[in-house]
Design a protein around this ligand. Structure first.
Ligand code: FHN
Length: 418
């Protein structure tokens, strides 16, 4: 397969919708994935979670079926988060799931289950590591390992940490089959780019997995006209949707993926039941696509390995919408029309999809489309929709057609049709 950028990122740009999975020891304290740092838990205070981690209900086949039912085309799961705990059977550390009561390679089971359901698989890997002896304190946040007197003035050898980090990435890209996305997290302050030996790392990765798609959090400037080799294949706005599509300095649109939590936490937080509605998720997905981007929607499974029931129900409702309307998402991107006041357009070649979020009184105004649209059908059921007013004067290939109208969803989103 040609490994040039456009070819490498084609599936990613067409998939549009993925599942993010933040899971690890922090599911036991169930106060989010930063609990160790924010509460300055010492090695001893965090150790019990390692000793008791046993997700007896972990069944990634169920997770994969849920992601597929929701219309997601890929997933990205934490192989190691900032606490340094490895969900995979790394030979470079004992701080791993196979040495907990779980006794399982959780990443191997994940990649196999999601591939079985036809989804592409990605791995999240934290370049920050609060557990490794040779990782320095992070800015003004006390490094938990340095809380203890034993570590206060312990000299570190950061190069040894980088060898470990590179070695683990090599393990992940060697021992788990084809990996479609590598999601690094995150560079900060002057800890960026070559401080991670990023060029060496990316060259090693591409030698092992030439088609892999990499995020932009190793550093560098993905928007540069000539970005660094390690600047990544896609931008990764977090907990927000960009005001418009993302382009580089030359004005060329670049792939991007907004990562958003379904509630308010990445890692499991038992008290956080503040979940976004299916309507919000669908609108967010349509907004991303209308701006030429992807949505990576996060779930945080609990310590037993179960995705919270609220998340399951929301993803199933999103899936019902996708069952009827996925053509207006997959392979679509920004339309060559300005955003209308009643919702958003997405486009795939000569097919325009108009997503009616807010119906006004009377027929939806499409003034000025002056007959460029050949016919209109409701995407959900194929019903003909009479276009009440002339269409906007935009050049569309002759066989373009669009349908407007109201596939009534429980939440009132009307979806267009092609
Ligand atoms: O610190 C992490 C955080 O825990 C989470 O993994 C997010 C996901 O994009 N990334 C970092 C915060 O930007």
């Amino acid at each position: 397969m040609r490994n040039d950028f456009a070819e490498r990122t084609r599936w990613f740009r067409e998939a549009r919708f993925g599942m993010f999975i933040h899971w690890g020891l922090y599911a036991i304290p169930s106060r989010g994935e930063w609990v160790r740092s924010l509460e300055k838990l010492s090695v001893e205070e965090y150790r019990p979670f390692f000793e008791e981690f046993d997700p007896v209900r972990y069944d990634p086949r169920q997770w994969a079926k849920l992601a597929k039912a929701a219309g997601m085309k890929y997933a990205v799961m934490t192989a190691k988060h900032h606490d340094g705990f490895c969900l995979f059977d790394s030979k470079l550390t004992d701080y791993k799931a196979t040495y907990t009561p779980a006794g399982r390679d959780l990443i191997r089971e994940y990649v196999e289950a999601f591939r079985e359901e036809g989804l592409r698989v990605g791995l999240y890997y934290s370049i920050i590591d609060w557990h490794h002896d040779d990782y320095p304190a992070y800015g003004d946040k006390i490094h938990p390992m340095r809380d203890n007197e034993a570590f206060k003035n312990k000299p570190i050898e950061f190069g040894r940490y980088l060898d470990y980090m590179h070695g683990q990435v090599k393990e992940l890209l060697t021992n788990y089959g084809k990996i479609d996305v590598m999601w690094f997290d995150f560079s900060y302050d002057d800890m960026t780019g070559e401080k991670w030996r990023a060029t060496e790392l990316v060259r090693m990765m591409r030698s092992l997995q030439p088609d892999i798609v990499i995020d932009n959090r190793l550093g560098g400037n993905i928007k540069a006209a000539a970005p660094e080799e390690y600047a990544g294949d896609f931008a990764s706005p977090e907990q927000m949707l960009p005001a418009e599509g993302i382009a580089n300095e030359a004005g060329r649109p670049i792939p991007w993926e907004a990562c958003i939590t379904l509630n308010d936490h990445w890692g499991y937080c038992s008290s956080d039941r503040n979940y976004k509605s299916a309507k919000t998720v669908v609108r967010g997905l349509v907004e991303c696509v209308s701006k030429g981007g992807n949505l990576l929607l996060n779930v945080g499974p609990d310590a037993k390995g179960v995705i919270p029931h609220e998340a399951v129900e929301i993803l199933r409702e999103v899936g019902r919408w996708m069952d009827a309307n996925a053509d207006s998402v997959y392979g679509c991107g920004a339309a060559s029309l300005p955003k209308p006041e009643w919702g958003r357009y997405t486009q795939n070649g000569n097919k325009l999809y108009a997503h009616l979020f807010d119906r006004g009184m009377g027929p939806t105004s499409f003034a000025g489309m002056n007959g460029k649209i050949k016919r209109a059908r409701l995407l959900a059921d194929g019903a003909e929709i009479k276009v009440e007013t002339p269409w906007m004067a935009y050049e569309y290939p002759d066989d373009a057609f669009v349908t407007l109208g109201g596939a009534e969803l429980p939440d009132g989103i009307d979806t267009v049709i092609e």
